[in-house]
Design a protein around this ligand. Structure first.
Ligand SMILES: [Zn+2]
Length: 186
């Protein structure tokens, strides 16, 4: 019998060696890098810290649909903050985060560094039903932040209150805030 999803860690399934680049790279260079490496995702770092993600879809939806020039920068089309999962979490939780956040790529983080990327396809390959189950779960738990927060996920970027970088931003009153600011706001 196949192993239960509870037993499979994301790091067993993720693709390794993520391409990490600066947001100053042009979309032309970014697209060329995807093609050359045969990959679909770039991680954007600033000062050695992950701040955003660009997928092949962003080139279509943002560059072409919005008529950006090829000299636009990756930071102009990246999704930020970046949502990540710790390396020792389980596939079932990864599927829930993807469903809830409506993302298809989930960077995997270890000691503050991105060590891999888990894609929806990686999960489907292991367990075709898991994404559908997670979507049901997401539907059932819409609006229940408390429940969702039991899943270990990192939301990384700059705090909208103090401007400091944090791996653990939380949405609070419409703003992404770091744990320290969250405490002082409550
Ligand atoms: Zn803050």
């Amino acid at each position: 019998m196949a192993r239960a999803m509870r037993d499979i860690h994301v790091e067993e399934v993720m693709s390794r060696n993520p391409q990490i680049v600066t947001g100053e790279m042009s979309v032309k260079e970014g697209a060329e890098l995807l093609k050359k490496k045969g990959i679909s995702t770039l991680i954007i770092e600033s000062e050695g810290k992950p701040v955003g993600i660009v997928t092949d879809r962003d080139f279509v939806v943002k560059v072409i649909a919005e008529g950006l020039g090829y000299d636009a920068k990756l930071k102009d089309i990246m999704s930020s903050p970046i949502i990540m999962i710790p390396h020792d979490e389980y596939l079932s939780d990864a599927a829930k985060i993807m469903s809830r956040r409506k993302i298809r790529k989930l960077p995997v983080v270890k000691d503050g560094k991105i060590v891999g990327i888990l894609s929806e396809n990686d999960i489907v390959r292991i367990s075709p039903d898991l994404i559908a189950l997670a979507q049901e779960y997401a539907k059932l738990h819409t609006g229940e932040e408390e429940n969702v927060n039991k899943i270990e996920e990192y939301i990384a970027g700059k705090c909208e209150v103090c401007g400091q970088y944090s791996l653990r931003l939380t949405m609070y009153k419409g703003m992404l805030v770091c744990p320290e600011c969250l405490d002082s706001m409550k």
